[in-house]
Design a protein around this ligand. Structure first.
Ligand code: ADP
Ligand code: MG
Length: 309
């Protein structure tokens, strides 16, 4: 299946010379949820803004449903819904009118059935005649999503949909995203919360300092994150892993003073008890034991150093 969104060698250098995007290449399949995970300042909003035509790319290309965002801007943009990071709504406008108006801005004919469907899906139907200023923060975010869906886009961008929202609203947002996916919309969301990527994405892209470090199936990435290491320091220098410990898949540190054991924190049995018993039985005396959890940062560091070698 061809990608619904195709990004090739996309670079963005701002007027002050800052390189916010460094040669991003990415394909997104129709119907998937991609979470772009990265710290503040990584370039997430710049990437979305460039795809949506709010900022212009310096070099490289993007096409949406086969339409180039520069040469076929209107066709490409019509396929996209954007929920921006910042909430900006007309305070005295009413919910249903602002959503209708958004649709009109894309030159689409009025379609009350579609607007009703969106508002019901987002639990906004009861509030359709409310003024926007009267709504809670959570409801305002729902209105932004309704606006973004008003013209029947096939690709929806959600820029940090849950930054600064409470736990309950975050959960609601995840449910909304899951519902949208089942209705066939392709979703790209940005987040700096790893739990968010874990909860809802099919694929996870990691972006930092304008570079896309990897795009990976979520399950594979989470397996990496679930790994923990235990470092067992022994009181004498050894030159190889003793035969009696061969079953444990240990690594010897270059100094010969410690053995490293890697295990999955979510496994039913970690194997630590048996390992420590076997080490004692092999006649080794423990000097110290330390554990290390692999974190997103380790994956960053691992990837970046991997690129250099
Ligand atoms: N208009 C601009 N001019 C210069 N630098 C900018 C501009 N907009 C964003 N930046 C810089 O680009 C980097 C990426 O910003 P942004 O895309 O907003 O990151 P994120 O959304 O991942 O937090 C930041 O260092 C930011 O300061
Ligand atoms: Mg941002």
């Amino acid at each position: 299946m061809p990608a619904i969104l195709s990004i090739r060698d996309l670079c963005k250098t701002y007027d002050d010379g800052f390189e916010a995007l460094k040669s991003i290449t990415l394909d997104i399949e129709e119907g998937e949820i991609l979470a772009l995970l990265g710290p503040n300042g990584a370039g997430k909003t710049t990437l979305i803004s460039t795809i949506c035509g709010i900022t212009t790319p310096t070099t490289g290309s993007v096409s949406v449903g086969g339409h180039d965002i520069l040469t076929s801007y209107r066709a490409a943009r019509a396929m996209i819904g954007l929920v921006p990071q910042e909430v900006a709504l007309e305070p005295f406008e009413r919910v249903i009118n602002t959503v209708r108006l958004s649709r009109g801005l894309f030159g689409k004919p009025r379609n009350d059935a579609h607007i009703e469907d969106i508002l019901r899906k987002l639990s906004l139907w009861d509030k359709k005649d409310s003024q926007l200023s009267m709504l809670s923060g959570g409801m305002k975010r729902r209105v932004l999503i309704a606006k973004a869906l008003s013209h029947e886009p096939r690709v929806l961008f959600l820029d940090e949909p849950t930054a600064g929202v409470d736990v309950e609203l975050r959960k609601d947002m995840w449910d909304i995203v899951a519902d949208l996916k089942s209705s066939g919309v392709t979703i790209i969301l940005t987040t700096h919360y790893i739990e968010e990527a874990e909860a809802i994405a099919d694929h996870v892209g990691i972006i930092t300092k304008g570079e896309l470090l990897l795009v990976e199936d979520k399950a594979k990435l989470m397996a990496q994150l679930g790994q923990k290491q235990i470092e067992v320091q022994v009181s004498e220098v050894i030159t190889s892993v003793p035969d009696a410990l061969q079953d444990h898949a240990l690594e010897l540190t270059p100094s010969g003073e410690a053995l490293i054991y890697t295990y999955d924190t979510r496994a039913e049995r970690t194997g630590i008890t048996k390992l420590l018993n076997d080490i004692a039985a092999a006649g080794l005396i423990l000097r110290d034991v330390q554990t290390r959890q692999s974190s997103l940062e380790d994956i960053f560091v691992g990837l970046v150093s991997g690129e250099k070698s």
